[in-house]
Design a protein around this ligand. Structure first.
Ligand code: C5P
Length: 227
């Protein structure tokens, strides 16, 4: 299991300072919408300059028509990121076109599909998708698997189920992790490290429990010792 730290701080300097604190740790760094819209490609380059071994996950959750998604995928691969994601609800045609577009690129990034956002609870999910979270997440995962993607973003609670309905090698990346029972914030479906391990999550995403802590390095080390 790998730890992916969400760089969701309010400005580039604070994100870079956090990366510097973590520079000797075996972690992935997640650059999300806020940071990428604001700080763009230079932020990615500065992160790699801090430690060329940092793996970067560009979490833009792309959702558009197939051709536009394939164009975006090519551009994201061109940024040199190690992983990016798209929405599974964009459909199999869009996801297949994304993977086709990457097939001539040497060392293409890992591509994940977002199934159900971890901020959804059952009633709010029903109003959008008219289906239960676990059924819809399993369907989205199957679509992503059949479209050639490498894995999915899902809650811990769907991880094992998704692996059993695809393959054990199909990756799961799970946000909503509160490693040692910290405050859930806006997340509805949170889990601790033990549950993430039992559910065979390949990547856990941790944001606030690290960057809002008084000791981000200490929390990171404790997480790494426990995964
Ligand atoms: O602070 P916290 O640990 O809740 O951060 C979780 C991170 O994972 C955020 O950057 C959020 O955007 C992202 N994420 C999520 N749920 C998803 C996909 C991504 O919480 N389904």
């Amino acid at each position: 299991m790998k730890l992916c730290v969400a760089l969701d701080l309010p400005n580039a300097k604070e994100n870079l300072d956090l990366a510097k604190v973590l520079k000797s740790e075996d972690v992935w760094l997640k650059v999300g919408l806020r940071s990428y819209i604001r700080d763009g490609k230079p932020l990615l380059e500065e992160l790699k300059a801090i430690n060329p071994n940092f793996k970067l996950f560009l979490d833009l959750k792309v959702y558009d028509i197939p051709n536009t998604m394939a164009d975006a995928a090519e551009s994201m691969a061109g940024l040199g990121v190690d992983m990016f994601n798209v929405h599974a609800s964009s459909g199999k045609k869009a996801m297949s076109m994304v993977m086709d577009r990457l097939c001539d690129i040497p060392n293409p990034p890992i591509v994940l599909a977002v199934t159900a956002l971890t901020s959804f609870d059952e009633p709010s999910f029903q109003t959008v998708y008219n289906e239960t979270i676990d059924k819809k997440a399993a369907q989205f995962a199957k679509d992503a698997y059949e479209s050639g993607l490498n894995g999915v973003v899902c809650s811990v609670f769907e991880s094992a189920l998704i692996k059993s309905s695809t393959t054990q090698n199909f990756l799961t990346l799970t946000p909503g992790i509160r490693p040692f029972g910290e405050d859930a914030g806006d997340q509805q479906r949170v889990a601790n490290l033990e549950t993430a391990k039992n559910e065979m999550s390949d990547f856990i995403v941790v944001g606030r429990p690290i960057y809002q802590s008084n000791d981000p390095l200490g929390v990171t080390k404790r997480i790494l010792e426990n995964i």
